[in-house]
Ligand binder design. Structure first.
Ligand SMILES: Cc1cc2nc3c(=O)[nH]c(=O)nc-3n(C[C@H](O)[C@H](O)[C@H](O)COP(=O)(O)OP(=O)(O)OC[C@H]3O[C@@H](n4cnc5c(N)ncnc54)[C@H](O)[C@@H]3O)c2cc1C
Length: 388
């Protein structure tokens, strides 16, 4: 049983504690044996199941309620819980939020009603298309263009590493509209998957498989009303979306780390070495102590960032960057220790700690690589200091 004591921290209220209990019970019942052999079909089925159970309502604002907001602590609790049970379920949940984040935060009522009604019910899958072959970390270097033509925009260019690429029903796509050079000349558009001129150019395989693709846009015509926000606001919108969802990547890493710790605790209690349970070896206890400390310290950073955002902070870039950098980095180490404590079983294909070892790696790269998070933290720390 995973440690639940963090739910008594002051970041949470009773509704969060009840949510965590319900989510854990649902995940234990529904995610015990998820088939990862066909990730496309499994992700579609997971989205449908998450929608039916009501969890996807947390991923976006309610179009019927103008006062509705995304509660980042709830998102983090769900991601931590789902990741602890199954990485693909966490992925399916997270993408419904990331893919529609721009619509939730900056969409018109019409855009919200059309798309969020579907994605929150698990009846449409969404994707976030920002990265390009030559601009991953350097978003402002984006090459893809959106050219105004009467009441339409025409999209030309490529996007790559797009999660849910190939199975999404709708993409939020960032492109250069050219109001100014660099970051100030980008805009964002809603592009339904069946729009002529949008093609899945290549499916990409990674160490922990999930639906992923390179997209090609050729003379892809969309109505001007598909723009989210105003021309030139694309970079600001992308950063605002990441400001909400970055902490949730850290929460997923925390879920993976907690599972690795739980598996290790069972292992060292059950396995006998040199005539006694492994847990009596002090070097083993040293690993357990390091893992427990990393998990708690990560949780503090994750839920501080989420709580701060929920208190109404306009931006939490520094806190979200700290949470993502620390929790993903430490989870990698916690999982590595779990593999070590499991001996040969730890690297056996299909073992839970072997799959965690593969699941965690990409989290230190996407939604801002660890090095980029350090740049964000350093810049803000320097800016906030008085220099005296
Ligand atoms: C599994 C997976 C899923 C993804 N899903 C999506 C998605 O859904 N939508 C989307 O738009 N993108 C997605 N991405 C893309 C992801 O955001 C980019 O891979 C990431 O931003 C890094 O860009 P890059 O791969 O071009 O690497 P590069 O930008 O070439 O960076 C390479 C490395 O350089 C280092 N680096 C970068 N900047 C700095 C700096 N300022 N200082 C020091 N070092 C630095 C980092 O170590 C970085 O890993 C996904 C990627 C992966 C692997």
């Amino acid at each position: 049983m995973a440690d639940r004591s963090f739910l008594d921290w002051p970041f949470f209220d009773d509704a969060h504690r009840a949510l965590a209990d319900r989510a854990d019970r649902w995940a234990a019942a529904e995610l015990a044996d998820v088939d990862h052999s066909n990730v496309d079909e499994t992700c579609k089925a997971l989205v449908a199941a998450l929608g039916e159970a009501g969890w996807l309502r947390l991923t976006a604002v309610d179009p019927a309620d103008p006062a509705s907001r995304i509660d980042v602590r709830s998102l983090c609790i769900l991601r931590e819980t789902l990741a602890r049970h199954d990485g693909l379920a966490d992925f399916a949940f997270a993408m419904q939020g990331l893919g529609t984040g721009a619509i939730s935060l900056f969409g018109t009522q019409e855009q919200k009603s059309r798309w969020l009604t579907l994605t929150r019910a698990g009846k449409a899958l969404s994707a976030f298309a920002l990265s390009e072959p030559a601009s991953g970390s350097d978003v402002a270097n984006m090459a893809m263009t959106a050219t105004r033509d009467g009441q339409a925009y025409v999209l030309d260019g490529e996007k790559t590493w797009i999660s849910n690429g190939g199975i999404a029903d709708v993409y939020t796509v960032f492109a250069r509209t050219g109001e100014a050079p660099g970051a100030k000349g980008l805009s964002v558009f809603i592009v339904p998957a069946d729009t002529p001129g949008l093609e899945i150019a290549e499916r990409l395989e990674v160490v922990a498989p999930h639906p992923l693709a390179r997209l090609k846009f050729s003379d892809c015509r969309i109505p001007a009303s598909a723009m989210i926000g105003k021309p030139g606001e694309g970079f600001r919108i992308a950063m605002s979306v990441l400001d909400v969802f970055r902490s949730t990547v850290a929460a997923a890493a925390l879920g993976f780390a907690r599972r690795a710790l739980d598996e290790s605790l069972s292992r060292v209690r059950e396995r006998e070495l040199f005539g006694a349970p492994m847990s009596e070896l002090q070097m083993v206890q040293g690993h357990i102590a390091d893992m427990a400390l990393d998990v708690d310290a990560s949780a503090l950073l994750v839920y501080r960032a989420a709580w701060l955002k929920d208190q109404g902070a306009a931006r939490v870039s520094r806190e979200a960057a700290m949470a993502k950098l620390y929790a993903t980095d430490r989870a990698q180490d916690v999982i590595d220790k779990a593999v070590q404590l499991h001996g040969g079983d730890g690297v056996r294909k299909g073992h839970i700690v072997e799959s965690l070892y593969r699941e965690i790696r990409a989290l230190r790269i996407y939604e801002g690589a660890s090095d980029v998070q350090k740049v964000v933290i350093a810049r803000q720390t320097l800016a906030n200091s008085t220099g005296g």
